[in-house]
Design a protein around this ligand. Structure first.
Ligand SMILES: Nc1ncnc2c1ncn2[C@@H]1O[C@H](COP(=O)(O)OP(=O)(O)OP(=O)(O)O)[C@@H](O)[C@H]1O
Length: 215
């Protein structure tokens, strides 16, 4: 299997607090990786570094052969949901995604509509995002992350706020994306999601990252 993302000797400190030290990891194509660990163990910080939102103190990240921060500032083949997604609150879900899609101008309305449908929202709804529930916003965030069909998907607690049907829909969506070749990195406190979805599981513990058996 091809390695699509390599992490070498990655460390991050905030002021005097060391979040993690010397992390090494190889991520292979078309697998789902689970990341677990107690609150504050470093999952979101790690994901933010992978997305180019935070800089590490030390170490190297290679995505499809490109070194982050040297060859590229932001990974282009990566879609992400990290924390509660922010949207333009007066616009509908479709208009929000259309606006975001216009930044790269890679996809048409058809792909936006398909992405919205695949997370169980109505692409024709005129409801503004300010009237969305937490779960609806989370679904829209996932739609945004997948709409340009990224090769790597980074999802921090993607089931946040989702009801039973939503959880089932998103699980099915992630498994189907994996079948199509997408590599997925998923942080979750829900052991059932980790168990059902993940091929490999890593735990942030004591400032390191260790592979663990599936829960
Ligand atoms: N911008 C920041 N400035 C200073 N410290 C930060 C910052 N972001 C995160 N931290 C600290 O880094 C540590 C790791 O935080 P992180 O958000 O990665 O945890 P997490 O594993 O995602 O937790 P949770 O399970 O609660 O989502 C915490 O101690 C947090 O306080």
């Amino acid at each position: 299997m091809a390695v699509v993302l390599q992490v070498r000797n990655l460390s991050k400190t905030f002021k005097k607090e060391k979040v993690f030290n010397n992390i090494n990891l190889d991520i292979e194509e078309a697998k789902i990786y689970g990341f677990v660990g107690h609150n504050g163990s470093g999952k979101s910080v790690f994901f933010k570094i992978l997305c180019g939102i935070l800089l590490p103190d030390q170490g190297e990240i290679k995505i499809f052969g490109n070194i982050l921060g040297k060859d590229i500032d932001f990974p282009t083949e990566v879609g992400a949901v990290i924390e509660t997604p922010g949207f333009l609150s007066d616009y509908s879900g479709f208009k929000n995604l259309k606006y975001l899609a216009s930044i790269r101008n890679k996809i048409s309305d058809k792909e936006i509509i398909e992405a919205i449908q695949s997370v169980g929202l109505d692409p024709n709804s005129k409801k503004s995002v300010k009237k969305y529930s937490l779960g609806m916003k989370q679904r829209l965030g996932i739609a945004q992350a997948i709409m340009e069909k990224p090769k790597i998907l980074i999802l921090d607690e993607p089931m946040n706020g989702l009801d039973k049907t939503g959880v089932k829909q998103i699980r099915e969506l992630l498994l189907s994306l994996k079948k199509q070749g997408t590599t997925i990195l998923l942080a979750s406190h829900i052991s059932e999601d980790i168990h059902i979805l993940c091929d490999k599981v890593y735990e942030f513990d004591n400032k390191t990252l260790v592979e663990v058996n599936k829960l």
